[in-house]
Write a protein that binds this ligand. Structure first.
Ligand SMILES: O=C(O)CCC(=O)C(=O)O
Length: 268
C-alpha cells in the first residue's frame, strides 16, 4: 500500500520524491554496474545495448541484475501496484546520463497530454486509490545538488485542463534556471522520483564539469497498455522470469503471479 502521505502528495502535485528509496548496498552495486555500462566500449557491448547520443543508454535496466532488481524495489513496488490497480506492466527502461562537461543541452517542457493529446493518458482517483496509466520512476544513482540542473516539474499539471500558454515558463524552453512556478527536483543518490506522464516536466542544463548525473528511467503502465512488446528475443533471454512476466502484455482480467507478491526477488 502507498502511505497516506505519499497518496496525498502525489495527487496534489503529480510527482513524488522518495528519499532513500534504495538501500546502501543496492545503490552501490547499481552504481558500479551503471559505470561499467558507460565505460564499456560500444563494440564490446552485448546486442540491445548502446547509446546513440551519450545521454540515453538503451535498456539500462537490463545491463546487470543489480539494475534489473530496481524494477521491483520494495520502496516503490506498492505504488506501482496501486497505480495499475494490481495489474502492472513494466513497459521499458533506459539509463539517462548527463556527462560531466559533455552533452549539456537542456530538455524543453513536455508531457503526454501536450505531445499526444488529452485522450492519451489517464489519471483518476477511485475508492481512495490512485490510478495512473502511464508513469515513470526515475531512480537516481548519483547526487543532484541545488544549482546542478536536472529535472524540472510543473506541480499539479497532471490535472491541468488548459493548454500551456507560450507566455509562461519561457515558452517551455529551459536553460540554467527553473522558471518561476516550476520546481527543480534535486534528489540524492538512492532517491527515486515518480511522475505521471501527464505532469509537465523537462530538464535544466547539467552544469557540473566533474560529476555525471545517472538516472535509471523505468516506465510502467497497466498490463493492457504501453504498446510494444519492447523486448527482443535476445533481451528476453537475459531477463529473469519475474521481469519477463512483468513486461508481458496481459488481459484486463488476468492477475499476474508477480502482482500477487508484496516482495519480488529475481530467481536467476
Ligand atoms: O532529465 C530528466 O530528469 C527528465 C527526462 C525526461 O524528461 C523524460 O525522460 O521524459
Amino acid at each position: 500500500m502507498m502511505t497516506e502521505a505519499q497518496r496525498y502528495l502525489f495527487d496534489l502535485t503529480g510527482y513524488l520524491h522518495l528519499e532513500g528509496a534504495l538501500g546502501e548496498s543496492d545503490l552501490s552495486e547499481a552504481r558500479a554496474a551503471a559505470e561499467r555500462y558507460i565505460q564499456t566500449p560500444p563494440e564490446d557491448l552485448p546486442l540491445d545495448f548502446g547509446s546513440r547520443d551519450g545521454r540515453i543508454y538503451d535498456n539500462g535496466f537490463a545491463f546487470d541484475k543489480s539494475l534489473e532488481r530496481l524494477i521491483f524495489q520494495p520502496s516503490y513496488w506498492p505504488i506501482v501496484k496501486e497505480f495499475t490497480s494490481g495489474k502492472p506492466r513494466f513497459v521499458r527502461g533506459s539509463m539517462l546520463v548527463n556527462q560531466a562537461g559533455g552533452v549539456v543541452d537542456a530538455g524543453s517542457l513536455h508531457c503526454a497530454r501536450e505531445s499526444y493529446g488529452w485522450q492519451s493518458t489517464r489519471y483518476e482517483c477511485r475508492d481512495g486509490r490512485i490510478y495512473c496509466d502511464d508513469f515513470v520512476i526515475f531512480t537516481y544513482l548519483t547526487d543532484v545538488n541545488p544549482g546542478d540542473g536536472g529535472l524540472v516539474v510543473v506541480p499539479g499539471s497532471h490535472k491541468c485542463n488548459f493548454d500551456r500558454p507560450d507566455a509562461i515558463f519561457n515558452g517551455g524552453d529551459l536553460g540554467d534556471d527553473a522558471p518561476p512556478g516550476t520546481i527543480n527536483v534535486t534528489p540524492r543518490a538512492g532517491d527515486a522520483v515518480i511522475i505521471s506522464e501527464l505532469l509537465t516536466h523537462g530538464t535544466l542544463r547539467w552544469k557540473p564539469t566533474d560529476r555525471r548525473r545517472i538516472v535509471l528511467v523505468l516506465r510502467y503502465a497497466p498490463q493492457y497498455n504501453g504498446g510494444g512488446p519492447w523486448t527482443t528475443d535476445t533481451l528476453k533471454t537475459r531477463l529473469s522470469p519475474e521481469t519477463n512476466e512483468l513486461m508481458a502484455l496481459a488481459s484486463y482480467t488476468e492477475i499476474k503471479d508477480v502482482a500477487r507478491r508484496d516482495v519480488v526477488t529475481l530467481t536467476v
